[in-house]
Design a protein around this ligand. Sequence first.
Ligand code: RNT
Ligand code: ZN
Length: 418
Amino acid sequence: MTINENYAFAKKEYERWEINVEEALQKLENIPISVHCWQGDDISGFEVNKSELSGGIDVTGNYPGKARTPEELRMDLDKALSLIPGKHRVNLHAIYAETNGEVVDRDKLEPKHFANWVEWAKKIGIGLDFNPTLFSHEKAEDGLTLSHPNPEIRKFWIDHCIASRKIGEYFGRELGTPCLTNIWIPDGYKDTPSDRLTPRKRLKESLDEIFAVEIDKAYHIDAVESKLFGIGSESYVVGSHEFYFGYALQSDVLCLLDTGHFHPTETVSNKIPTMLIFEDKLALHVSRPVRWDSDHVVTFDDELREIALEIVRNDALDKVMIGLDFFDASINRVAAWTIGTRNMIKSLLYALLTPTDYLKNLQEEENFTERLALMEEFKTYPFGAIWDYYCAKMNVPAKETWLENVKTYEAEVQSKRI
Ligand code: RNT
Ligand code: ZN
């Protein structure tokens, strides 16, 4: 059977449940995923005076062919985006600035250092998101930045965050779609702190200074990303979830939830419908923590589907800004992007093809038998046929055929990078 024949058959199955498949595909086309640039080069960036990766995050693996220059990274992103259905966004970090061989410290970064990225984004018609980089730098060697006891170091990082917000505003203005600028800091302690309050007070003061600088909201959205622990900050992280949730409630800043930044049995899917009661919007870094915040490539697993269901069934597609955050250097990096992003989109489609109103009613009626029975049966509905059709319709390879594309690219381009 052809993709179209399979689709026609599958569509009928969903229509029995009054699911409008065409409408679902239409909705899916309009959900942008912010694809993180750092999967392409193991969070190396292009600074002239590059520091080792720090901040308690780690990339493992040495698969050949990683992008070494901005041109190579953009080329690899072009390739990955050509295999992912829909129009998406790209998420940059400050270390991806292009300074023409000149040493420009992070507090001095300007929009012009990202002009090539903007030109590229315009050419391919996508939006950009941004992150200040508060790690991999001599001023973050002790793992402290915005909460540092030394006011000069704090000032440096405050200035970097302000500079970053201005770069984000420039992205939004140039590209006609607001840029989400997300602040994540590594600050914390390896061992039991003797004072948990003072660093948090300092973090709050630093954030207040950063956000006191007015940036046009039409072009720019602020977010803060919490964390539970990192390598070297096992006992205490200053920017905890409660800290930032409190901060976000008092300000215009969004909370960003990274799926790897919670206790292993605590799920972000459950936090989405909680936080949306108190916040209009929130942002995500979808990742896959394997036993810890390991940042594995996102797979089509239960939690990913649950996250998508919470977004879709609560009508929150325009409230939850979906970004990805994983980095695997043990496999082809273009494939990593393709697999992870396709899975995110796939899970949204899965959610859009679920009879959510019917299932919600069953729960209201306390009909838990039917609720469980149907939720289980829907897992094996002919979802794959709709997905394949969607890929074909969006002019990207259906099923695993995209892999051939990556293999050719690897042979012709990536393997020549030595
Ligand atoms: C680290 C955070 C953060 C980084 C990126 C590179 O634990 O998840 O989002 O992964 O900024
Ligand atoms: Zn993250």
